[in-house]
Design a protein around this ligand. Structure first.
Ligand code: NAI
Length: 339
């Protein structure tokens, strides 16, 4: 199969090329993000391989359809960037990588929680400058604290396992409570109760109309004052401007982010010799109690190898029988939501 692979970095090329050795697909690696402007680069490719910030809205899918694309192979678990209805209407199949390493994301979430709580990022800079003062570095014991997990799928479940090891009390909210989490001692309650009781709140749900701006101006008062908010799911699950207000008012005591609503124009690029045009993001960077990583939670060797293998597997299966292993469609989503 000829495959136009958008948004590729050297590490994507390396892992995808290795996974492709036995399969022999013709992979065209493209640095640029997929958009209406760049879609014509997929001319002649039966499959398009895309990542989290590629635009797979209706206009792009229509352009790809005209160019002959039959499969969109996502290198991600999340598919909020794809207009699945438009894909169905155009007869374009969409496949994803449902699970590549929940450990990678859960462990990164834990890293954010620990680094934020003990201010490791501040301590690192201070010690390098010969400043060994401890003022401003005060943390709290995780043992005995209440952690709320919104979304107890693959990642939320692994995080629950990790947090149990730290002696935390776990609350969770999920429309489909996870029995494995219940066996661990996680208590499932309404979202409002998770918000009210959590010293740390970690978000692990997909971005859907229901979860869009779950943390916003109206829900800020429901949070436990001084709580820690961590988001490694998708940026738009929180409304950034409201969260900035929450930080200024002390409702949010600290904030750890691996994702950001408007990350498409920032993340995965080296912008260190430019200024940041996004004033909201720039404001976030001014808080000493905010720690941001640039969508790197997935970024482990194991995860990249699994992403590459599953993606190549999806493309191979589609080439052989017209149906990829891990297809996602509007019908499947509707069925999952109503089950
Ligand atoms: P998953 O599909 O295994 O679990 C998602 C869980 O969220 C499910 O249990 C589902 O029932 C629940 N959920 C759905 N709607 C909800 C709602 N309204 N309220 C509460 N829970 C709800 O997905 P997985 O693999 O655990 O990934 C979770 C999210 O993490 C993904 O959707 C993706 O957006 C994000 N992610 C981020 C990465 C990163 O590098 N930062 C990497 C991989 C995934």
């Amino acid at each position: 199969m000829r495959v136009a692979v958008f948004s590729t970095k050297p590490y994507d090329r390396q892992f995808l090329s290795t996974a492709n050795e036995g399969a022999g697909h013709d992979l065209w690696f493209l640095d640029m993000r997929l958009s209406v402007e760049t879609a014509p680069l997929a001319r002649g490719a039966e499959a398009v391989c895309a990542f989290v910030n590629d635009d797979l809205g209706k206009p792009v899918l229509e352009a790809l359809d005209e160019l002959g694309t039959r499969l969109v192979a996502l290198r991600s678990a999340g598919f909020n960037n794809v207009d699945l209805e438009a894909a169905r209407d155009l007869g374009i199949r969409v496949a994803r990588v449902p699970a590549y390493s929940p450990h990678a994301v859960a462990e990164h979430t834990m890293a954010l929680i620990l680094a934020l709580n003990r201010k490791i990022y501040r301590a690192y800079n201070r010690v390098r400058e010969g400043n060994f003062a401890l003022d401003g570095l005060l943390g709290f014991d995780l043992n005995g604290k209440t952690v709320g997990i919104v979304g107890t799928g693959r990642i939320g479940e692994v995080l629950a396992h990790i947090l149990i090891g730290f002696g935390c009390r776990l609350l969770a909210n999920d429309p489909l409570p996870n029995p494995a989490c219940e066996r661990l001692g996680v208590t499932f309650v309404e979202r409002e109760e998770v918000f009210a009781q959590s010293d740390i709140l970690s978000l692990h749900c997909p971005l859907t109309p229901e979860t869009h701006h779950m943390i916003r101006a109206e829900t800020l008062p429901l949070l436990k004052p001084g709580m820690m908010l961590v988001n490694t799911s998708r940026g738009a699950v929180i409304e950034t401007r409201a969260v900035i207000r929450g930080l200024k008012e002390g409702i949010i005591g600290s904030l750890g982010l691996d994702v950001y609503e408007e990350e498409a124009d920032l993340f995965f690029q080296d912008l260190s010799d430019r200024f940041i045009r996004d004033d909201v993001f720039a404001r976030l960077l001014t808080f000493p109690n905010v720690l941001i990583t640039g969508h790197q939670a997935f970024f482990t060797k194991e995860a990249l190898a699994n992403i590459a293998q599953t993606t190549i597997g999806n493309i191979t299966a589609f080439g052989e029988c017209g149906c990829a292993d891990h297809e996602i469609s509007v019908e499947k989503i509707v069925r999952a939501e109503s089950s």
